[in-house]
Design a protein around this ligand. Structure first.
Ligand code: MOS
Length: 724
């Protein structure tokens, strides 16, 4: 474990072998679907004339709300389910958002379906739509009134603590709409094999999709099979059940042949959610010695009128430092938009941005170095819950990053560093992500010849979890990783965790350890932690192979959580629980250079130091951290979906105008993995890292921009015009 072995699927990837869901073969000749989507954001369909569309050669089916076969309702995330929205596919004439699917056209070719879509004549009665914060018709609700999960925090008297502070910062920060834009589009291929529905769909939770599809279509879950062997990028956008799954399944049943349905790049912007725009109002204070006093944080998240989606997250920022008093409130604001969903560090990216930006502003107000300021306010317990951290290496990360970066050479005065016409600024921030875990199973088969197989319906969303599964088993079994076969992403396999909340490595490796323990019992291995003894027992087996199914669940759960997993249920635990606080930490330091005349913003140098328990594979971990830091640079300087306030439509719904960092935007990124041992969290002491590194980066960059220019920009992303 920990070795930088190369990816399990490396050869397949670099040779272009077909390994993604849409590449899987289907029986017979597939038909191709196209979703026709609403061109208004709010109102009603008054008529659909499909005569011209039906006349296009090759068109087989046009499904609208007028002829859609029945579907059962599905619960959304807020209701404990997996549906992206409470509005069912082709439910009726009501329009809830721009881009809502209003018809499915299926034809012998993609081109015919597309041509017919242009000939479908739809008329609407449109109403005035609300696009975002501040637009007429936006309705605000306190989340505490609708979801007890997001109870406000009232820990001591924050207002009094702030009133008695030597220094305070009061500021509002804003984060924009962001879209995941995975390279692999949102596709579903559906066919019926007798009474069994087979779905090829890139997905972050195949057991969840299996049960949801069965419920929606009114069939036995045993008669649904979902295949998603590899996922070409998800970042949260392939966790929910979207409209296209049921539409493809219904069409395939009606036509008696496989149906392939894909949301185009622009449809992807309204098909499967986004990171919702937020407003973050923070008041933070400290005493004359730089010790934190009161912390007030109000968050507003924008969501759909139909579905009160929210992320919350302030209970996690409230755990970060030794605050004396904390007061938080969460609000949602609703308008005529598609429903948001999880996006890489859903709650942490906006809320930690606000906290860390305020920490930097307060450090400057108090005249204390921002690294020293954070160390002075370190805590060993979650100050609100009063429970201890199982491990917390933020100070070690700050020290490691500072040394590598050369932080001690920073002149604290803004506009004090330059190189010719380039203003130089240095900034820092803390990164964190809660250690979240979910129950998992894993089937282990060993063979006398010295090979093994691990089978579990976990998901590789590009992170390397096939590779890590071989490593977790290899070290116990005494079998080389290259002799271990892994099968994942198929709902016929025993269930694994959702590939969300960065739970996979911690949960899956724990189940593999349990399977190894059971195998040791089965084979009568004397010293089960000695790989040589294990390998000898396998070689000396009295039968050609042996099979066990391991299962694991996080502390605080019981066997019923595994049963829930078999029902497609998502039970996640972690962060601050009843008796402990479990988080991974990092420290990020950045240099920005801003051209004095053009105000062009460059990021020539980033150092990130991270401590996240045991690292299973330093090569794949490095890639996760690297991707996260680049994602963080994108959040600070590039990414934003623009909205047309009048029509409540996304404007830059393509990857030409939705900016993400390109190679020319990224220069030197230096990643340090700070060793950390945590024996309390799970079998191998693993914390999730996929959503760690992009947290904090924007606050480090905005502080560096302030340090370079003296200008505080609080709305992301920072643009040239903010610095004029
Ligand atoms: Mo990840 S945003 O938790 O799928």
């Amino acid at each position: 474990m920990g070795q930088p072995i190369t990816r399990y699927e490396a050869v397949q990837k670099v040779t272009g072998a077909k390994i993604y869901a849409d590449d899987l073969p289907v029986p017979g000749r597939a038909a191709y679907g196209w979703m026709v989507t609403s061109t208004i954001a709010r109102g009603r369909i008054t008529g659909i004339d499909d005569a011209a569309a039906r006349a296009v050669p090759g068109v087989q089916l046009i499904m609208t709300h007028e002829n859609r076969p029945p579907l059962s309702p599905l619960a959304t995330f807020a209701g404990g389910g997996l549906a992206i929205t409470s509005v069912a596919p082709l439910a009726g004439p009501e329009i809830h958002h721009d881009g809502q699917p209003i018809a499915l056209i299926v034809a012998d070719s993609f081109e015919a379906a597309r041509e017919a879509s242009f000939k479908l004549a739809v008329t609407y009665a449109a109403s005035t739509a609300t696009a975002t914060f501040g637009d007429p018709g936006a309705t605000e609700r306190n989340v505490a009134d609708i979801n007890p999960m997001f109870e406000p925090i009232r820990h001591n008297d924050a207002a009094a603590a702030l009133a008695g502070s030597a220094h305070t910062v009061t500021a509002e920060y804003r984060t924009p709409i962001q879209h995941h834009n995975p390279i692999e589009l949102f596709s579903t291929t559906a066919y019926w094999d007798g009474g069994t529905l087979v779905l090829h769909e890139p997905n972050q939770f195949v057991w969840g999709l299996k049960h949801a599809a069965a419920e929606q279509l009114g069939i036995d879950p045993d008669n649904v099979r979902v295949k998603s062997p590899f996922v070409g990028g998800a970042f949260g956008s392939k966790a929910a059940v979207t409209h296209r799954t049921a539409l493809a399944a219904l069409a395939a049943r009606q036509l008696g042949r496989p149906v392939k349905l894909v949301a185009s790049r622009d449809q992807g912007f309204t098909h499967s959610g986004h990171r919702q725009e937020t407003r973050q109002a923070v008041r933070l204070g400290c005493d004359a010695q730089g010790r934190l006093t009161g912390y007030e944080h109000k968050q507003w998240e924008f969501t759909a009128r139909s579905t009160p989606y929210q992320n919350g997250g302030l209970e996690k920022t409230a755990a970060m430092y030794a605050f004396q008093a904390v007061h938080t409130d969460n609000y949602i604001v609703q308008g005529d938009r598609n429903v948001p969903t999880f996006m890489r560090s859903p709650a942490e990216m906006p809320t930690v941005y606000a906290l860390e930006a305020a920490m930097n502003e307060l450090a400057a107000a108090a005249g204390i170095d921002p690294v020293e300021f954070r160390k002075r306010n370190d805590t060993r317990i979650d100050p609100v819950a009063g429970v201890p951290y199982t491990s917390r290496s933020l100070n070690e990360c700050l020290d490691a990053a500072a040394e590598r970066f050369g932080w001690s050479r920073r002149n604290p005065a803004p506009r004090s560093m330059r190189d010719g016409e380039w203003l130089i600024g240095w900034g820092c921030a803390m990164a964190m992500y809660p250690t979240l875990m979910m129950p998992s199973t894993a089937r282990l088969t060993v063979r006398r010849g010295g090979t093994a197989t691990i089978e579990v319906a976990a998901h590789d969303v590009g992170t390397g979890c096939y590779t890590i599964a071989t490593q977790a088993a290899a070290e116990r079994l005494g079998i080389a990783p290259g002799r271990i076969t892994v099968r994942m992403g198929d709902s016929r396999l025993p269930p694994g965790p959702i590939a969300g909340g960065s739970v996979t490595t911690a949960s899956l490796t724990s189940a593999i350890v349990d399977a190894c323990n059971r195998m040791a019992e089965t084979l009568g291995v004397d010293n089960a932690t000695d790989p040589a003894a294990f390998a000898a027992a396998i070689a000396g087996m009295d039968r050609p192979e042996a099979e066990v199914v391991g299962a694991w669940f996080p502390a605080g759960m019981d066997q019923s959580s595994v049963e829930a997993l078999y029902e497609g249920g998502v039970r996640i635990s972690g962060g601050t629980t009843a008796d402990r606080a479990m988080y991974a930490f990092g420290a990020e330091m950045v240099e920005v250079r801003i051209n004095e005349r053009t105000r062009e913003i460059r990021v020539p140098r980033v150092v990130g130091a991270f401590a996240a328990g045991r690292i299973m594979n330093t090569r794949t971990a490095h890639s996760q951290y690297l991707g996260g830091l680049i994602w963080g640079i994108g959040s600070a300087l590039h990414e934003a979906t623009e909205i047309d306030h009048k029509r409540a439509r996304y404007v830059n719904d393509n990857i030409a105008e939705y900016l993400v960092p390109v190679n020319a935007d990224i220069a030197d990124i230096d990643i340090i993995m700070v060793p950390e041992v945590d024996n309390q969290i799970n079998a191998l002491g693993v914390k999730g890292i996929g959503e760690l590194a992009n947290v904090g980066t924007p606050a480090a960059i905005t502080d560096a921009i302030w340090h370079a220019t003296g200008i505080r920009v609080r709305d992301l992303p920072v643009r040239i015009e903010d610095l004029l």
